[in-house]
Design a protein around this ligand. Structure first.
Ligand SMILES: [Mn+2]
Length: 299
């Protein structure tokens, strides 16, 4: 475990497997390589043994402009198994426009909340997109630990994963870390992006976990590094040119800076599920929110 974590912290595996623009053209070949390697997320408490989390076949995907023609882009915050609120929000969104919606979720579709499988089944049967969140990864980890070792004790709060189908688990595994939407100047990511670093050089674990950054000495590869204690919200340093939509930060709630919008408004904690209609400049046109039916989890 220690060896794997050290490799992870050096970003060794990440550098090997993240497709660059050039290598992405190789398509199938890169997919094979990517799925045969693994991303050891982090030393978070939920990752207590040594089952590596498989990478999706493509870590960074793009919604081509042709797929977005005549569509309205609606980006939704962290659902965390809040199925009823998600359905209500999507119904409200559909009613409020005459165009067909393209729905993109910012990840953490599941875990903590009441109806995780229902959320997955709904999203899988719709034409919606989602990126991968840290809780989606935690669920993949628990499923694989359970599958690989019949003696593995699933923590009580993950008992619900026993109801997931093979298709549900595969769907989670295939969620990309980022979705780029060039027609709208938008990148969707679960947690954030390190300012000044190209997408293909971002650390995968930052994409699902980061909240803050610190200035770092340029001899150490600065100017920015993620920080688990101290530092400032990464959005304060993100200077475009893309508009970033993200979640993962229910404590800060709705965040809006010139080039970034945080949509995790803590539905699972009893607050709101929020969605944003986004125009072709990447700006928020208007927001919709649905009040949580109850607090499913204490903050
Ligand atoms: Mn999260």
């Amino acid at each position: 475990m220690n060896v794997l974590l050290k490799l992870g912290s050096l970003n060794y595996l990440t550098k090997l497997v993240v497709p660059t623009v050039a290598t992405r053209r190789m398509g199938g070949l890169i997919s094979v390589i990517a799925t045969s390697l693994f991303h050891q997320t982090d030393a978070k408490p939920y990752l207590t043994s040594c089952v590596p989390i498989p990478l999706p076949s493509t870590s960074h995907t793009t919604l081509e402009p042709s797929a977005m023609e005549d569509k309205e882009l609606f980006i939704v915050g962290d659902v965390h198994g809040c199925y009823d609120e998600m359905v209500e929000l999507l119904e409200d969104a559909k009613k409020s426009t005459t165009k067909k919606l393209t729905v993109v979720f910012v990840g953490d579709l599941v875990n903590k909340g009441p109806k995780n499988k229902e959320v997955l089944d709904y999203v899988m049967s719709s034409e919606a997109y989602s990126v991968r969140g840290n809780h989606d990864e935690a669920v993949i980890y628990q499923c694989l630990s359970h599958k690989n070792d019949t003696d593995y004790e699933i923590p009580a709060r993950y008992e619900w994963i026993k109801d997931l189908s093979e298709e549900n688990i595969n769907y989670l595994q295939e969620l990309p870390y980022t979705i780029t939407i060039p027609s709208h100047n938008v990148i969707v990511v679960h947690a954030g992006l390190l300012p000044g670093t190209p997408l293909e050089k971002q650390k995968l674990k930052d994409l699902v976990l980061m909240r803050n950054v610190i200035n770092r000495d340029h001899f150490e590869g600065g100017p920015y590094a993620t920080s688990s204690s101290g530092g400032r919200p990464w959005v304060m340093h993100w200077a475009g040119k893309e508009q970033i939509y993200f979640g993962h930060d229910a404590i800060r709630g709705l965040q809006r800076s010139e080039y970034a919008t945080g949509l995790d408004t803590g539905c699972v904690y009893g607050f709101y599920l929020t969605g944003a209609f986004v125009n072709q400049k990447g700006e928020v046109e208007r927001m919709l929110k649905v009040k949580a039916k109850m607090a499913y989890k204490q903050v």
